[in-house]
Design a protein around this ligand. Structure first.
Ligand code: HAM
Length: 428
């Protein structure tokens, strides 16, 4: 039989990586708790119709789609947002608002594999549903900041507003199809192509000029950029309102006292089609891909048959956070607990060794029982190599005194310790 490999774009997380992934997941879960988000668990497989409804061409064309044995068109989730919106449109429909819902798990997209881009990856996802107020947008951005800081990352937040762009498009009476196609081009920063498409679609001269100026407007002086945006869209009422909304959100964030490195980018668009308001992404200098992204989407739940429910949310790419932590050397010493190796001197003492191992575990100590039947020297060498902290050597002579030898491996110290007080000796 040929040698089995993982399927292209899929990968195994070995213990060291799995540990970091779980550490980041725990930080995300803690962030959810601190911001009042409740965890929900939704299926990995959903109907194709649900997942494709407003995903946008970019995501839609990259879904893992198949027919199940019951002839249903289904797909692996390419994000959490559609599933959460489905829940709010159905089972949670009559529950009081707002909803603060958190999820974490694997996501599937048939992206071209490269550094930081996989076909199976992990997201932590936060949705705040039921409020159209700028403080809700601010909360989502602030919790993203909290998560990034809690894993020790230096990053910058890129912010834009879909309402500004769509405001112009709508006033110019562009149909949805054209609007979405233009947004996809802008998402890829193909601004010339986007402007050409707008021209071909019959946008007015003023409209085109406004967009031409918008796509050039960006910078860290966020209130200056927003002021210039306001001037630029003055002739487009909805776009002007959207710019004021962006201004309010930025003001709230700045007045909340948090220090976030923000860059406003008026021509910024995202691949997903459901956004209606503020949008943002997390970027780090060492990687040219986003660590997280989100925004406001006020009409999705309605589209799924629910009551009109404004919403804002974000998803963080845990794999990319892990990569950025490696690049920024933010990984040192995370979540490593002390471990003890329990080694019987001879085979007849296996049961005694197991008993001692069980006793230590019941006292909350991590134990690796020697299961290879190796001689003491070999077992110790191996424990040393794997940076185990302590070895408990179970020998006949000490057992007669209800004791064992406790060895501190890295320091090469050892002492005979009563079994009764073993856990305390290890913790000390
Ligand atoms: P998204 O920008 O498509 O947004 O994905 C969020 C994050 O998932 C990205 O910033 C990135 O870190 C990670 N990600 C995406 N594709 C890959 C990949 N191929 N490999 C590794 N990581 C990847 C959403 O998914 C929206 N549902 C976010 C949202 C929630 N908007 C409102 N609520």
């Amino acid at each position: 039989m040929s040698e089995f490999k993982t399927v292209r774009g899929m990968r195994d997380l070995l213990p060291e990586e799995a540990r970091i992934m779980k550490y980041i997941e725990a930080k995300a879960r803690r962030t959810a708790e601190l911001y009042g988000f409740k965890e929900i668990i939704t299926p990995i497989v959903e109907s194709y119709e649900l997942l494709s409804a407003k995903a946008g061409e970019e995501v839609r064309s990259r879904m893992f789609v198949f027919k199940d044995l019951g002839d249903r068109m289904v797909a692996l989730r390419p994000e959490f947002t559609a599933s959460v919106a489905r829940l709010v449109a159905t089972a949670l429909r009559t529950e009081p608002r707002p909803f603060r819902l958190f999820s974490v798990g694997s996501i599937y997209r048939y992206d071209e594999p490269q550094k930081g881009r996989y076909r199976e990856f992990w997201q932590s996802n936060f949705e705040l549903m039921g409020s159209n107020r700028p403080e809700a947008d601010a909360e989502i951005i602030l919790l993203t900041d909290s998560l990034m800081k809690s894993v020790g990352l230096k990053y910058a937040m890129k912010i834009g507003h879909v309402g500004v762009l769509r405001g112009i498009f709508n006033q110019e009476k562009l149909d949805d199809k054209t609007q979405n196609a233009v947004m996809q081009l802008m998402d890829k920063q193909l601004y010339d192509d986007a402007l050409r498409m707008l021209k071909d679609a019959g946008i007015s001269k003023e409209g085109l000029e406004a967009l031409r100026r918008l796509v050039e407007l960006k910078g860290n002086n966020v209130f200056d950029v927003v002021a210039k945006m306001k001037e630029t869209v003055a002739g487009h009422e909805k776009a002007a309102e959207a710019t004021e909304n962006l201004n309010e959100i930025l003001k709230l964030i700045s007045q909340s006292g948090s220090s976030i490195d923000i860059m406003v980018n008026a021509g910024f668009a995202r691949g997903l089609e459901y956004y209606t308001g503020v949008i943002f992404e997390v970027h780090v200098p060492d990687l040219n891909i986003a660590l997280g992204g989100g925004g406001r989407y006020d009409r999705l739940i309605e589209l799924f048959g629910g009551d009109p429910t404004p919403a804002v949310g974000v998803a963080h790419g845990l794999d990319r956070i892990m990569l950025a932590m490696q690049e920024q050397k933010a990984l040192r010493g995370i979540g490593q607990e002390k471990t003890v190796a329990v080694i019987p001197v001879q085979e007849e003492l296996r049961a005694e060794a197991l008993k001692i191992a069980q006793q230590l575990r019941s006292q909350g100590i991590r134990v690796e029982m020697e299961v290879m039947g190796r001689k003491m020297g070999k077992a110790l060498e191996d424990a040393d190599r794997r940076k185990i902290d302590w070895a408990v050597i179970v020998g006949e002579r000490e057992l007669k005194e209800r004791a064992v030898v406790l060895k501190k491996l890295q320091k090469r110290e050892q002492a005979t310790v009563k079994i009764e007080g073993l856990a305390e000796a290890i913790e000390a």
